[in-house]
Design a protein around this ligand. Structure first.
Ligand code: T4K
Length: 380
């Protein structure tokens, strides 16, 4: 039921019934085994491998460490270049920079907002070692073209798939593309383990490296072979993941309904650009099983108001839309000394970042609330 005075946030964590979670963690009181690759951790690893349809998977404490450790596991020479997108969450580029590598920004595709595969090759230099695209909002990068480019130039292809939990492309798990794909199971994601994440891979040696890095480089009680860190998922988080995974089909169906309602109400509004309609059409030749993660709306010149005015009016009605992803990474304060020129290098991303608003979407968002949000947007 909708309550006009309640605050609507951009998302709300999915949670299992409390009793189900209590039941799931009951065994931990018997075993006293709380972390360090326990029973829940190992069970969730197996369940997720099946669900995501990937050959190999290593759980981590969050999506960011999944990415940072995965990059580290390739052991690239310091200063090597990684081609990536500025239209993403800070995590993506921080993971590159924290590995002493240099991000090189590629502009984005104006329809999917993912890194534009047609613009990658022009950025490759002798220092380039990898491409790190992001399936932003759950939209899919041009995976086939990127695979070809990476192969032709001998580059690693590492996907930030934080937003694409459970998606498939032409019947294949999205996590099986590239050399590695990382997912986030943060509280705000389609699937959560409170905090959590994983990396998916087909090369077992890569999985083993990430395993070492997440456990201090320990091989056994008397051997420490890597300068690792601590990225282990604890048993309570894994138990939450096991519970949430059981409810995912219903949660996804509810999200589908919410997104369908939004699309219906906003599709004919002049000046509004919606996400690609994955449910009803192939996008860039790919058939995508979508996860309804985010609902970004781009307000064009002819909408009649700018993004910030819509944001403000929604806030006045207690509705928190978010400006994901503004500011762009190549315009963030922490990188001010790098001399990056976002306007020159990534003009499509700059324009999109100033026009986009992600509207609230989560499984329990009432259809009446969706209607109310759309009414406010249409009131311009
Ligand atoms: N790569 C990409 C492309 C990513 O988007 C992310 C994370 C990562 C990598 C790294 O993955 P993790 O290390 O996080 O696993 C949020 C999330 O914290 C972050 O996970 C996510 N991307 C990013 C897009 O969004 P904030 O700062 O916007 O979150 P916050 O606290 O403002 O929460 C947003 C809304 O979610 C709240 O208004 C209400 C709801 N919420 C939030 C929390 C924390 C809940 O319902 N329950 C909660 O516990 O970053």
């Amino acid at each position: 039921m909708s309550d006009k005075n309640k605050r609507i946030l951009v998302t709300r964590s999915s949670m299992p019934p409390l009793e189900e979670y209590v039941e799931e963690i009951r065994t931990l009181w018997d075993s006293h085994w709380l972390t360090n690759m326990g029973e829940k951790h190992n069970l969730l690893t197996q369940e997720l491998k099946k669900y995501l349809d990937v050959p190999g998977l290593e759980l981590l404490v969050n999506g960011h460490s999944a990415l940072e450790f995965t990059i580290q596991s390739f052991d690239f020479a310091p200063g090597s270049e990684v081609i990536t997108t500025p239209f993403t969450f800070a995590s993506t580029v921080h993971a590159i920079v924290r590995n002493n590598l240099t991000p090189v920004f590629c502009d984005i595709d104006p329809d999917t907002y993912c890194l534009d595969a047609d613009k990658v090759e022009a950025l490759i230099t002798e220092k380039t070692v990898a491409i790190l695209p992001v399936h932003v909002y759950g939209h899919i990068c041009d995976v086939y073209k990127l695979e070809r480019i990476a192969k032709d130039h001998g580059l690693k292809l590492i996907y930030d798939a934080a937003h694409t939990f459970g998606e498939k492309v032409d019947g294949r798990g999205i996590g099986s593309f590239g050399d590695a794909s990382i997912f986030s199971f943060h509280a705000t994601k389609v699937f959560n383990s409170i905090e959590g994440g994983c990396v998916c891979f087909s090369d077992e040696a890569l999985g083993r490296e990430v395993y070492y890095l997440k456990d201090f480089g320990i091989v056994d009680e008397e051997n420490v072979a890597r300068v690792g860190a601590n990225g282990k998922m604890n048993e309570f988080a894994a138990a939450m993941g096991l519970c949430n995974l059981r409810h995912l089909p219903e949660e996804m169906e509810k999200r589908r309904r919410v997104m369908g309602r939004y699309r219906e109400a906003l599709k004919d509004v002049k000046g509004i650009k919606l996400s690609p309609d994955y449910e009803n059409e192939k996008v860039k030749g790919m058939e995508v099983a979508f996860n309804y993660a985010y609902f970004p709306v781009v307000f064009g010149e002819d909408f009649g108001a700018d993004r910030d005015s819509v944001f403000k009016r929604l806030s006045e009605h207690n509705i928190s839309a978010r400006k994901y992803f503004y500011p762009l990474i190549n315009e963030m304060e922490c990188y001010a000394d790098r001399g990056w020129d976002a306007g020159k290098d990534t003009p499509v991303a700059v324009d999109t970042a100033h026009r986009v608003l992600t509207l609230p979407i989560f499984a329990d968002l009432a259809i009446e609330d969706v209607d109310r949000i759309c009414e406010i947007v249409r009131s311009f």
